[in-house]
Design a protein around this ligand. Structure first.
Ligand code: ADP
Ligand code: MG
Length: 334
């Protein structure tokens, strides 16, 4: 190990994670890093929204991923959960398990995490640091006006299904990164979509009162959509030819491969909404104001289950999203 392994836990935290200036009225931080726990102020009329996501080396990102990307992704996946609830993220805690205290790795990791935190006005208010196989858990905390959260269970038959941005880019990026797909001129752009996902936080907040249900697409449409349909007690239908695919993806992969990544690869962190037809225009203009596209990909119907069609014919997706304990837990082959 390098000389940096001399860093003790206290030095590591104060050098890379604790920053002065997070305790001001606007941040809601009454007490941040340094005490036994943080004290946080939730504005009146709001409810606390909490989520945690863990990313494990070799499972959620290839071993040897750049530290900055790991820091970014660890927070981004959590911000995406806040976005999916229509919540405003405010605070995060970080449980970091490291094989060694490598200063240059920690500098990259903390920059990736803290730059994204700054961009969203999120303060890192505590955490825990232990030694072991590289594992990063971020807990995100935020708030939403009472009764306004976007849940998975609010969709009704007749609502349309809409998705932000484009799908499949991250799946292509991961395949390019792990060299299971041949590189092309869009490789860097697609790999970036995997390494540095952009959580759609503002879109989620704007969708409050417009969408009837929302979730973020972390496991792929085939894995995630059934959860929304089931929670809402409705059936869902997707017209697969409508899935929004980026130019980069279309020029990199065959139509079939692109479709498969868009359906099942996951890691896109786009938002999936159920929205009544008369409110689609409102959601579309909210997205446009944020320079995002919003694409109608299908609809909710009475009944149960999810069906798919391709240009009018019945269609069966080849995989059904990522499940850590499912038979096909092979998202990353390392
Ligand atoms: P304790 O023993 O009371 O849990 P620690 O020594 O683990 O305290 O942590 C000291 C302080 O540093 C606490 O306020 C804790 O929240 C914070 N902290 C520890 N690890 C991290 C980390 N990786 N990122 C941010 N804050 C951290
Ligand atoms: Mg501790």
């Amino acid at each position: 190990m390098s000389q940096s392994s001399d860093l003790n836990e206290f030095e590591l935290i104060s050098r890379f994670f604790s920053r002065p200036g997070t305790q001001h009225a606007e941040s809601g931080v009454i007490l941040g890093i340094g005490d036994d726990a943080a004290l946080l102020d939730v504005p009146q009329g709001n409810v606390l929204v909490a989520a945690v996501d863990t990313i494990v080396s070799g499972r959620h990102f290839p071993e040897g991923s750049e530290a900055r990307s790991i820091g970014h992704r660890a927070l981004a996946v959590n911000l995406s959960d806040m976005a999916a609830m229509g919540a405003t993220p405010k605070w995060a805690t970080l449980a970091l398990t490291l094989p060694e205290a490598d200063a240059s790795w920690l500098a990259g990791f903390s920059a990736g995490l803290l730059n994204l935190a700054d961009a969203h006005g999120v303060a890192l208010v505590g955490g825990d640091t232990t030694r072991g196989p590289l594992t990063v858990s971020v807990q995100i905390l935020g708030y939403v006006p009472k009764g306004a959260a976007l849940r998975r269970g609010g969709a009704r038959a007749g609502d349309l299904l809409a998705v932000s941005g484009t799908l499949g880019d991250a799946g292509a990026g991961l395949a390019l990164r792990t060299a299971t797909a041949p590189p092309g001129r869009h490789a860097a752009e697609l790999i970036r979509r995997f390494d540095y996902p952009t959580p759609r936080v503002q879109l989620g907040i704007t969708a409050r009162g417009i969408a009837t249900a929302a979730m973020d697409l972390s496991d792929g449409l085939t894995g995630d959509l059934p959860k929304l349909a089931q929670a809402s007690g409705v059936a869902a239908h997707v017209a697969v030819e409508r899935l929004p695919l980026s130019q980069a993806l279309q020029e990199t992969a065959s139509a079939e491969q692109a479709r498969e990544w868009a359906l099942s690869a996951g890691d896109d962190y786009e938002l999936l909404f159920a929205v009544p037809p008369q409110r689609v225009a409102a959601l579309q203009s909210a997205a446009a104001r944020l320079n995002l596209t919003l694409t109608i990909i299908g609809e909710l119907r009475s009944g149960r289950g999810v069906t798919w069609s391709l240009n009018g014919d019945d269609f069966t997706p080849s995989a059904s999203g990522y499940d850590h304990f499912g038979r096909a837990s092979t998202r990353i082959t390392v």
